[in-house]
Design a protein around this ligand. Structure first.
Ligand code: PEP
Ligand code: MG
Length: 324
């Protein structure tokens, strides 16, 4: 079976009824870059810049960041790269910048942390822009966005970084910019934010946590966390529908994108770009090539009516078993 999966590398991810789905890789470590390409990733859908920050003892300098990002951008040179600005706080602590909070999941994390430490963010933006020079494949993603002002403030910093670099003789291109949809507040606001974003990427891990109000790192309640909860699926359908109306490219980059149960549902509701850890790509491609979207839509209608996540899983299991 593994041998069969390896042979799929260069085959397109296309369902039996001809629906094309783009498969991207998630990464954060340099060691993850090649496996994505080896497994046929069509782009780097989520580069988590906090990972290199977390494995160090101090903040990396602009030059160190630039070297790292250049390697990533060059490896995917003819493919899109989505680099996320530092997403620390909560479950992703920086050993050399401790944050102690009563409610970290609702606290100082993602874009909130970045904007409140703007010299740090400006340095990161400069490093990304420098790394992108001459490639044209850089897209920047903002994590945990919950308000318009965060987008506006970020744009101001990008403009500043570009002006600084220009005065230093480095001609940069304005990167495409987008957001993670992972705070539920973002969903209804997308039309108002449209002018400031080029794309959205759904972070189903955090989105599930906030839609269900379950801290997945709290052992008392973690068992209640399930990304197949019908309420999560319904919110994703809403995002895809709003994004479609706004002609806003949408992708999915949380754990849902490589859960076979969820892949059926995601394709049924219209998701056409999935980003996942490199190791999962062959399995998801195999599944896509085995499934039929018309059948998946019937499974989806049944699943949306299910009482809870277990019932959803029972419905998708029936379909998955038929494919094998
Ligand atoms: C997510 O929240 O689904 C996501 C992709 O971001 P992270 O897992 O890095 O928080
Ligand atoms: Mg997240």
């Amino acid at each position: 079976f593994n041998h069969q999966l390896a042979e799929l590398r260069d085959a397109p991810a296309i369902t039996r009824d001809g629906v094309r789905v783009e498969l991207f890789a998630n990464s954060g470590l340099t060691a993850d870059i090649m496996p994505g390409l080896i497994n046929g990733a069509e782009g780097l859908g989520l580069y988590r810049t906090e990972i290199p920050f977390m494995v160090r003892e101090t903040f990396p300098s602009e030059d160190e960041q630039c070297a790292l990002y250049s390697e990533v951008i060059a490896a995917y040179t003819d493919k899109p790269v989505y680099m996320r600005v530092l997403d620390v706080g909560s479950d992703k602590p920086l050993p050399y910048f401790p944050i102690s909070e009563e409610n970290p999941a609702l606290g100082w994390r993602g874009i909130r942390f970045c904007l409140d430490n703007s010299p740090l963010l400006l340095t990161q933006i400069r490093a990304m822009l420098r790394a992108g020079v001459g490639h044209g494949n850089l897209n920047i993603i903002l994590p945990m966005v919950s308000s318009f002002s965060e987008l506006r403030d970020f744009h101001v910093l990008v403009t500043e970084a570009m002006a600084q670099l220009e005065s230093e003789g480095v001609q940069t291109q304005r990167p495409r910019m987008g957001i993670m949809v992972e705070v539920p507040a973002a969903i209804s606001q997308l039309p108002k934010w449209r002018e400031l974003i080029d794309f959205v990427s759904i972070g189903s891990n955090d989105l599930s946590q906030y839609v269900l109000a379950v801290d997945r790192n709290n052992p008392r309640v973690a068992g209640r966390y399930d990304h197949l909860h019908p309420a999560v699926i319904a919110e994703i359908e809403r995002i895809v529908s709003i994004a479609g109306q706004l002609q806003l490219p949408v992708s999915l980059c949380g754990e849902l994108s490589s859960d076979p149960h969820a892949v059926i549902l995601m394709v049924a509701l219209g998701m056409r770009r999935l980003s996942m850890s490199a190791a999962r790509l062959p399995l998801v491609k195999w599944l896509l090539r085995a499934m039929d979207t018309r059948e998946a839509k019937r499974v989806y209608d049944e699943a949306l009516g299910a009482a809870d996540a277990d019932a959803v899983r029972a419905i998708t299991t029936t379909y998955l078993t038929r494919l094998e």
